[in-house]
Design a protein around this ligand. Structure first.
Ligand code: SF4
Ligand SMILES: [Zn+2]
Length: 542
């Protein structure tokens, strides 16, 4: 049975059921698992040829996505050794995980400038790789690359192994996809590489309605990709399949009219036939009812025939959408503590996170995790901000008044800091986390000069959202013994962007910097009226 007839028959079976009573409806099998297999060797060859022809044409017409780690296998001459290519493909593939090409490009260039070869990387430190990676997210990728490079340098003479099993088993951070990409692109071996783009294309080509994350469906994708790959140009073929998913077979509104493999696509054929049947004798509602209540479907992969998300079925119903679970929200107060160094430089206090877990080993400002489920801003503070532009005086809070201490003379000890933060935020308890470190090291020498709430920053991770109230504290004095410890230091503000910090912290700093800058301009205007010195290095109007 040809592809068109096969799909058409499947839909007609369902449509016919609408006309019968439920008692006499035959137990017609809608489709079997075999429906998702390639039809023939000729079909496989045709898909390969069409994809590679399209890939070459896109390259010669300059449409192919330009990426510094890409070298066209037949149209470009490379002076690089296979081992060097393997290193570069490895770095690029790890950077591209969960990250857009445009964002990766400058990081890739910077990385290769710093560590041109795998052996150079093997001599780096964790702090080095975190710093260069800073801002790219998913920071454990950087330390895993370093760990992998050290092992490859020690065991494999600095050359990434040429077989996928050794790569996966022995090199930390290399999974099945990266192993397939490295071996096919750099070493020219016929190994499949199934990423999110490839899953989408294959799910549509074979109309696979099962959960792509399930083991059985995942296995099918790898099997389909392995039998499809071109033995003569495996790297180009894998990249063509990924490019098709990234540029034409996109998550929404796929460009089927421009697709080089559309004549082999079951999702497109189903959609066309659906439209033809629905405009025939049956209403879409009737067909929907008939198909979605189908009980004789013996395919072990698909839960149902078609996903009915709209009145106009579309190939993008494949693969089925993942149900997004709500991310929990964690509330923090970020305390950016700033001082003026003896040499007149603005400095901020940073702390290093633990070596494991989220943002392992990254630097951050003081952070206080707030009680779960409580508002981070008390109504009193909200009213105050609306009226007065956000200034929160330490000595204006009720707790501070009770202590009868003036703001300017307060020492930054742990209790006062916590009472202040609790009061500003209207909370009863607080986790002390990093704030304790600030206070302990600073208790004898630092004085709070001013304290200001500058705004809110939200940072989203894959599994959690951080809601951060940002405070800017200005202090004077020195930490004494605590000036620089293993996990805390003062840095000049122009070093912040070169420090291994997560994007959430950089957003918090940008906010503080913008507010300081604004205050500085106002302050300069005021002072200019009085003929004051305009070169105040603190940039402060306080
Ligand atoms: S025809 Fe459409 S749905 Fe099918 S592979 Fe091409 S772009 Fe994707
Ligand atoms: Zn199925």
């Amino acid at each position: 049975m040809t592809l068109e007839r096969d799909v058409l028959q499947r839909l007609r079976n369902a449509a016919n059921k609408v006309k019968r009573s439920s008692e006499d409806a035959p137990a017609t099998s809608d489709h079997s698992t075999k429906y998702h297999e390639w039809r023939s060797q000729a079909e496989i060859q045709s898909i390969r040829d069409s994809l590679l022809t399209w890939y070459d044409r896109e390259f010669s017409s300059g449409n192919q996505r330009s990426m510094p780690w890409r070298i066209h296998d037949t149209m470009e001459t490379s002076t690089k050794s296979k081992d060097q290519r393997a290193y570069e493909v490895w770095i690029s593939e790890v950077m591209l995980q969960q990250t857009q090409v445009e964002r990766v490009r400058p990081y890739f260039m910077k990385w290769l400038q710093k560590w041109p070869t795998l052996l150079d990387l093997a001599n780096a430190t964790e702090e080095d790789v975190r710093t260069v990676w800073s801002g790219l997210g998913y920071y454990s990728r950087a330390t895993r690359l370093l760990g992998g490079a050290k092992i490859v340098a020690a065991i494999f003479d600095g050359k990434l192994p040429e077989d996928t099993t050794t790569l996966e088993k022995q090199v930390p951070g290399i999974g099945r996809y990266t192993a397939g990409a490295v071996t096919s692109i750099a070493y020219g071996l016929p190994c499949a590489a199934v990423d999110g783009n490839v899953v989408r294309v294959l799910a549509r080509l074979r109309a696979i309605g099962g959960d792509p994350k399930s083991t059985v469906v995942d296995k099918l994708f790898w099997s389909l990709a392995s039998s499809l790959i071109s033995a003569s140009r495996p790297g180009a073929f894998n990249q063509a399949l990924m490019d098709l998913g990234a540029t034409i077979c996109t998550p929404r509104n796929p460009g089927c009219g421009r697709c080089p493999v559309r004549e082999h696509c079951l999702a497109r054929t189903e959609t066309d036939n659906w439209k033809s049947i629905s405009s025939d004798n049956n209403s879409i509602e009737d067909i929907k009812t008939a198909i979605s209540s189908e009980t004789s479907n013996d395919c072990t992969l698909c839960p149902r025939v078609f996903s009915f998300e709209s009145q106009t079925p579309d190939p993008s119903v494949y693969p089925p959408k993942q149900i997004k679970t709500e991310r929990p929200v964690k509330n923090f107060t970020v305390i950016v503590v700033e001082r003026l160094s003896e040499d007149g430089f603005r400095q901020v206090r940073l702390h290093q996170r633990k070596a494991e877990g989220l943002l392992a080993g990254m630097w951050e400002f003081g952070m206080v995790e707030l009680d779960e489920g409580k508002s981070t801003i008390s109504p009193k503070v909200q009213r105050k901000r609306k009226r007065g532009g956000g200034e929160v005086e330490t000595n204006s809070t009720s707790a501070q008044k009770g202590r009868k201490k003036s703001q300017a003379s307060e020492k930054l000890d742990e209790d006062i800091a916590i009472v202040a933060v609790k009061d500003v935020l209207g909370l009863s308890t607080i986790s002390r986390s990093h704030l304790g470190a600030v206070a302990r090291s600073a208790s004898s020498a630092l004085t709070i000069e001013s304290r200001k709430h500058v705004g809110t920053v939200t940072h989203t991770f894959s599994h959690v959202v951080w809601q951060m109230e940002v405070e800017h504290w200005k202090v004077s004095g020195e930490n004494g013994d605590g000036e620089h410890t293993n996990d805390a230091k003062w840095v000049n503000i122009d070093e912040i962007h070169y420090t291994a910090m997560g994007n959430g912290m950089k957003k918090a700093w940008n906010l503080v910097d913008a507010v300081s800058e604004k205050g500085n301009v106002l302050s300069k205007r005021k002072r200019a009226g009085k003929g004051a010195n305009l070169d105040n290095p603190t940039g402060s109007d306080e």
